[in-house]
Structures are given as C-alpha cells and as structure tokens.
Design a binder for this molecule. Sequence first.
Ligand code: 5AD
Ligand code: SF4
Length: 441
Amino acid sequence: MNTEAKKVYFHTFGCQMNVYDTGKMRAQLTADGFEETDVPEEADLVLLNTCSIREKAVDKMLSNLGEHRRRKREGQKLTIGIAGCVAQERGKELMERFPDVDLVFGPDGVPAVRDLVSAAMEGKRVLDTDFLDLDNYPFVADVDPSDHGVSAFVTIQKGCDNKCTFCIVPSTRGIEVSRPAAEIVQETRDLVARGVQEIVLIGQNVNSYGLKRADCPTFAQLLYQVAEVPGVERIRYTTSHPRDMGDDVMQAYRDLPQLTSHLHLPVQSGSNKILRRMKRYYTRERFLEVVDKLRDARPDIQLTTDIIVGFADETDEDFEETMTLLDEVGFVGSFSFKYSPRPGTPALKMKWSVPPEVASERLTRYQDRQRELSLAWHRGLEGQTVDILVEGPSRHDEGVVCGRTSTHAMINVPGDLSLVGKTLPARVTRGFTHSARGELV
Ligand code: 5AD
Ligand code: SF4
C-alpha cells in the first residue's frame, strides 16, 4: 500500500474497549507507513472511534465530526473514517447523511483496518458493518506502539451475551467471543518486554470468559496464567458482572498478590424492582453477599461502581434504595448517569415515567454523596504509608508525579520522571475528593 508519510489523526470516544481498538488500529496503520499526528489540520486521514452508550456520546462525536467535515469543505485533502459503535449502529445513515465521510466500519472492522483505509484512500466510499465469523475471530496481535507506559490493556473477549435492557452494546459489539488464553499470555509477555508493569484485562463481561469454549480456561484460571508471566506486577480487570463473581475468583484474591485490591463492580441500581426491569439477574441482597465475600477474601479491597438513575418507572423509594446501597457498600467512586434511551434496546418498550428534572435531581444527590464518600476515603489515608506504583507526571503540578495504590487511590508526590514505573512507599499527607497528596519515604 502506498501511504508513505501519510498522517493519521485518531479521536477515541467511549470505553476502554475503544481505547484498545484504537491502539490496534494505530499498530496496523503505523506498520503500514502511516505517521500519527495530534494535529487534525495536518492529517490525511481522520479516524473517529465512536461510542453510542448514551445519546450524549453520540452528540459529542457528531459535533466533532462537523469540525473535520468543515476543514474538508474548506480545502484540506482529508479522508474521514468513522469506526466503532455508532458506525456499527448507524452505518448506513452516516453514509447517507454525510457524503464527505469516506469510510464507516464497526468494531469488527478493526482487524481489517489496513484494507478498509487503503480502499477509502484510493477514493472508494466504504461501509463495512458485517460481524465476523465467531469461530475464527481474528483478535489483533500487533501491540499498540504507544503501549510502553506503566499500564496497558489486554482484551480477553469481544462482544457481550448479556441482555441488560438499557444497553446498546450487545447490538454494537455482537456476540461474545473469548480470545484464546495463549494469545492473552503472549500479549502480556510482549507488553512486559516493553516495560509495562500493570496489565488490565478488558472485556464487556470478563467473568464469563471461556465459558462457551471447551479449549479456554475459566476467567479465574486465566488470572493465574497471567500472574505467572514474569514481570507482571499488577493485574486489574474490567468489566465484571456481579451475577458472575464466582468463588473461584474470590479464591484468586486470596492466592494472587498481583491482583489489585480494587474492583469496579457495576451495580446500576439498589432497587430489586429496577434490577429486575434491567434484567441484571441479581438482587441487592445477592450483590451485598458478593461484596462480603470479596472483603473476606481481600480485606482491604475497595469498590467502585456504575449507577443509572431515572430508569423505567424508578420511584423516589427505588432511588432511595440506590442511595442507601451507596452508603452500605461505601463505594469509593462511581460513574453515574441519567438513563438515556437507546435505539433497538428492550427498555424502549417499557414504561418510562421519570421526568428529566427529577432524574437530574437524583443524579446530583447521588454524586454529592459519592463525593463525600470519596473525600472521606482519601482523608482516611492521611498519616498512612502506602505503596504506590508511579504512573507519570501529575497533570497539574510540575515536579510532582502521580501513582496509584493497589486500591486505586491516586497519590501525588514530589518527584521526577525517573520514578515512573517504580513501586515506592509514600506517606499520605492530605486527602482530597479525587486524589491525595503525599511524600515518598
Ligand atoms: N443510559 C445511561 N447509562 C447507560 N449505561 C449503559 N447504557 C446506558 C443507558 N442507556 C451505563 C451503565 C454501564 C456504563 C458503561 O454505562 O451504567 O455500566
Ligand atoms: Fe461505548 Fe459501549 Fe461501544 Fe464502549 S462498547 S464504545 S461504552 S457503546
């Protein structure tokens, strides 16, 4: 392919799967002679990797797309590609509505990005939203060239077989396929060889890894295999479904010091009625049981979660149950959202009776309380000495680096970049809402 010195600009929206997919596109295109640029005005190719989880994400992407289209209208020679979940969901519509968009492909197009881009740059208009063959799913092995930091993602599955009624992901990312364990271990080795210390295993529902394949270990067994790779200091994973947190995973928390003492466990709601409407297949009581078991297995574990407010016919009483669950578990952080109706999801057929302003009030109340809990957590660390893995420069202060505890608290300490990648003891001096300050001891 003749793409010498062509420049590509990526813009990634959405979740860790998209960040990872962009990395895989970066790996393939730079191997093909593309150079990455962070200046869209210099680009020959713009690739937007899009998210459709909430309408807001789609709006953001459309307004961003508008800027690229404007520059193209004003004369920049530019190929515009839309990848990811919005492309999958609305591919045809995007092609029709935006004649100056050259290329549209869904998440399953990532392994073929070279050919797709090459056709588009030769002047064809390309739409590819076919799902790939599940039996031989071509997970991309090339490592993202920008993965030489402290922490890197490794995908362990694609797609999702759950049918949470609010969620568009099963239709944008298709049926769940587990990646062969040998590939996961090999990618882990490749990343460690580049200096990565922390491996984050990612998938839409990691706990169901391997269950459909006789030749795959279970998720818990996979954790042991990854932990055996020399040089892996920390292992995290996301996203977990509370229904599928089995006793074998609890055991892994007892056995594997590499597993960090933090788990992101989306609960969505504290009300059993709403959980039923969401088809989450667990109750508040079962969720609390999982939390107890986790704390038995790993007493210092800290939990974060995802919450949706204003779903279906959520009453004040239902919402109060979410508020009391927040306190009962003591989540140290939450991603919380107002329900956003998504095309093609089962929830569209449900009665939806929460006025937007009520949903907004609930969200504000939830977030206010969460901030108090996060602040209390960081303040509780004051005076303690904790081990932090130094990740990089602080975003705000020069001469300060930030690192994470195993529980995922962010601690800023005076220091220089030579500390990056080291695990060092730090004494916490002051806790804030989103982080704490400390000094190395
Ligand atoms: N509206 C609002 N939030 C949603 N999420 C998923 N679908 C929707 C929706 N339709 C949230 C869930 C999920 C997180 C990734 O996004 O909380 O865990
Ligand atoms: Fe967004 Fe979900 Fe797609 Fe991730 S999988 S990019 S969160 S729609």
